[in-house]
Design a protein around this ligand. Structure first.
Ligand code: FMN
Length: 348
């Protein structure tokens, strides 16, 4: 098999994904709050992938402006990621549909039926996350046009199960819609192996943070370039009575202070100084605004440096197009090498 045959094979393997996204390669840039704005999103789409704007806590007017700015930088398809808990979710959906965005990704919990209906009635494709097979099937019945399965290797908010296991549990049994794999992916040969298991494409976040077009602060990028896989750890919860949302981020002064903060709050709760609800809120508020502090202001010591375990494979700042070309080359190389090995193998 030569490289052009291998590329044709790769295109076959992710055909369902490229068709769904309307792209040349079935690689989605996972939405990252503060990072996935017009520059990175348009760069990913212009390079043949699928950029996704992270709405995060933007209000409808800001989102509308971000979509328009992105449309001015690319004529290729891109999506918008909305968090289901956002108090203005319906308005955000309306603004997204009015701007003609073709794909909406709903993240952060079960999507409300009204939002699903609005997205479908508006003619956009709906992408949802599923943490398990049963929920994935339910989401498809409710109208999801594609699913993302994200392993706990990922950066940001995470579930408890690795992509290795999720892929085995879900890919063989969920064939109705394209399924994109996410979490810990930084190489094309790894993406290829999931395509061969039945995935239609992949979503990567961490690998794109140090793209030249990413507006992340130089300190944030430097922290990524220095870090190893083991530095990207989930938040630690001190007390079962006060649950903590698991977020994978680089260990820093902030993560250490969070432990102290939890201990202090629990002490106040035990002494009767704080009621349970107030104590829970106090713990939850610790990280408010902290991703912005790290990504935009560059305070990587006290802010939240959300990163996946693949951070160890981010070794230099590179143009987005180069990152995507590298991922494709690695998948093609793997296919060529494998065909060579088959030719050399003795018959029988
Ligand atoms: C800095 C950062 C911020 C993120 N913010 C969001 C977000 O706002 N919404 C979301 O759905 N996922 C978010 N994610 C998850 C990514 O969209 C993507 O699914 C994940 O990064 C994939 O795993 P990987 O980091 O191992 O490539 C974030 C990830 C990172 C690293």
């Amino acid at each position: 098999m030569d490289r052009s045959d291998a590329r044709a094979r790769l295109d076959q393997l992710w055909a369902r994904g490229t068709e769904f996204l309307g792209t040349r390669v079935a690689i989605m840039g996972g939405a990252m709050s503060w990072v996935s704005e017009r520059h990175l999103v348009s760069a990913i789409s212009n390079a043949g992938g699928f950029g996704v704007i992270a709405c995060g806590s933007m209000n409808p007017a800001l989102l509308e402006a971000e979509i328009a700015a992105t449309q001015a930088m690319t004529r290729k398809p891109f999506g918008v990621n909305l968090i289901t808990m956002h108090p203005q979710l319906d308005d955000l959906v309306r603004v997204t549909l009015a701007a003609g965005v073709g794909h909406v990704v709903l993240a952060g919990g079960l999507p409300p039926p009204a939002a699903i209906r609005a997205i479908k009635d508006g003619g956009a494709k709906l992408v949802c996350f599923t943490p398990a097979l049963s929920l994935g099937k339910k989401l498809v019945r409710s109208g999801a046009d594609a699913l993302v399965i994200e392993g706990s290797e990922a950066g940001g908010h995470i579930g408890p199960v690795s992509l290795t296991v999720l892929a085995q549990e879900i890919l063989p049994h969920l064939r109705d819609v394209p399924v994109f794999v996410a979490g810990g992916l930084a190489r094309g040969d790894a993406i290829l192996s999931y395509l061969e298991m039945g995935a239609s494409g992949a979503q990567l976040g961490t690998r794109f943070v140090c793209a030249a077009e990413s507006i992340a602060h130089p300190n944030f990028k430097r922290a990524f370039l220095r870090a190893a896989a083991r530095d990207a750890v989930p938040t630690v919860q001190l007390d079962a009575r006060f649950p903590v949302i698991p977020v994978r981020a680089l260990v820093n002064e902030g993560t250490r202070k969070f432990l102290e903060h939890q201990a202090e709050v629990i002490k106040k709760f035990q002494s009767g100084e704080l009621a349970k609800d107030a104590a829970q809120l106090d713990i939850e508020h610790f990280w408010a605004g902290s991703l912005r502090r790290a990504v935009i202001e560059g305070d990587v010591e006290n802010g939240s440096v959300m990163a996946g375990q693949s951070v160890g494979m981010v070794t230099r700042e590179q143009p987005t197009a180069e990152i995507i070309a590298e991922l494709v080359d690695q998948a093609v190389d793997a296919l060529v090498a494998r065909a060579g090995a088959e030719t050399l193998a003795p018959a029988g």
